[in-house]
Design a protein around this ligand. Structure first.
Ligand code: DAH
Length: 343
């Protein structure tokens, strides 16, 4: 009988050690310690039949068997858990030296970002600071402080998206409000450009979009005059379209400047000969500009007797369309991969 128990011990421990996973181990455990038909249970039944000295020895041997099985089970459980952990960690490990899978593509910037960065580089090289402003703007900064009072017709041309229950808030229609914010924050002298998103309530078509980009500029200093404006913007135009590019300024009304101009450059697509894009005029309008209105300086906390300035606003979206020959503005915000993969 004892021999048999010893044999069983060897057998049980071997089976436990051989288990490959938790499921197998559970099966072996049930076989040996199961409460219904477990081997151990059968041995205990046998034990009931014995008496005296035999019972004592048999009992001790059975106990030893049970302990050996339990010990082996504990060890095996620990071993399997550890293996599971290290498998998991091995799966988590990232081999940064592994070559990319065939067909993997590298991302790139959106065409708007490319042109924006190019202009930021140019302006910072001329001593400008790049600043940001909020897209959700107040009526005051977007209009009133820019010399566009509540009843001014200029507001009609810039209908926008308003915020429910907050009549004083709107989605900015232009980057110009950041002129006021920057004047209030930094004072004069000042040289800033402000690239950013603008919004208008537009019926969209190939030339109009409710969301578009501008690049605003503001220069404040003592004795700033129109020639500073012209020389600066000419340098920008030639940087964008080449040294042969000509620029012309035509009068145009903007409430926040006096005088105000629209800036046109010779069409880069037809070299001024006239084409579909420039509507056969040979010229393309790419910015609005002017000398900053004294009311605007005052709203920004600047003394107009001491400081003068010029401001300008480029249609960044338009510059991108011209640069890449994009004929539908809606493509820019479409998220279409077919479109984006071309840049
Ligand atoms: N904010 C004007 C617009 O959206 C563009 C503009 C014109 C900006 C003249 C200026 C400026 O700073 O001086 O149409």
């Amino acid at each position: 009988m004892f021999d048999e128990i010893t044999k069983k011990q060897v057998e049980a421990v071997a089976e436990i050690k051989a288990a490959l996973d938790k499921t197998q181990l559970e099966k072996v455990e049930t076989k040996w310690l199961g409460r219904k038909n477990g081997v151990m249970l059968e041995i205990m039944k046998e034990l009931q039949k014995t008496v005296g000295e035999e019972r004592k020895q048999f009992g001790q041997a059975a106990n030893q068997l049970k302990q050996a099985i339990e010990q082996a089970l504990r060890e095996k459980h620990a071993e399997l858990s550890e293996a599971a952990w290290s498998n998991l960690l091995a799966g988590e490990r990232l081999d940064v030296t592994q070559p990319a899978l065939p067909g993997a593509t590298v991302g790139h910037y959106h065409p708007l970002t490319l042109v924006q960065r190019e202009l930021e580089d140019l302006f910072t090289s001329m001593g400008f600071m790049v600043v940001d402003g909020p897209e959700l703007e107040s009526d005051y900064f977007n209009f009133t402080a820019l010399n566009i009072p509540a009843d001014h017709p200029a507001r009609d041309m810039q209908d926008t998206l308003y915020i429910k229950d907050h009549p004083e808030w709107l989605m900015r229609t232009q980057t110009s409000p950041v002129q006021i914010r920057a004047m209030q924050k930094y004072g004069a002298p000042l040289r800033i450009v402000v690239p950013g998103k603008c919004f208008r309530n537009e019926a969209t078509d190939a030339r109009h979009e409710h969301t578009f980009y501008q690049l605003e500029g503001l220069v404040l200093d003592k004795g700033i005059n129109f020639s500073h404006l012209k020389a600066t913007l000419e340098a920008v135009a030639q940087h964008l379209y080449g040294p042969q590019t000509k620029m012309r300024l035509l009068p145009k009304f903007y409430p926040f400047v006096e005088p105000g101009v629209r800036g046109e450059v010779t069409c880069s697509l037809c070299a001024g000969q006239g084409c579909r894009v420039c509507k056969n005029s040979g010229w393309l309008e790419i910015f609005g500009a002017g000398l900053v209105h004294p009311n605007v300086l005052e709203a920004g906390g600047i003394n107009p007797e001491k400081y003068q300035g010029f401001a300008f606003g480029f249609g960044l979206t338009r510059l991108v369309m011209l640069k890449y020959g994009i004929n539908d503005v809606r493509l820019l915000e479409s998220g279409s991969m077919k479109f984006l993969e071309q840049f």
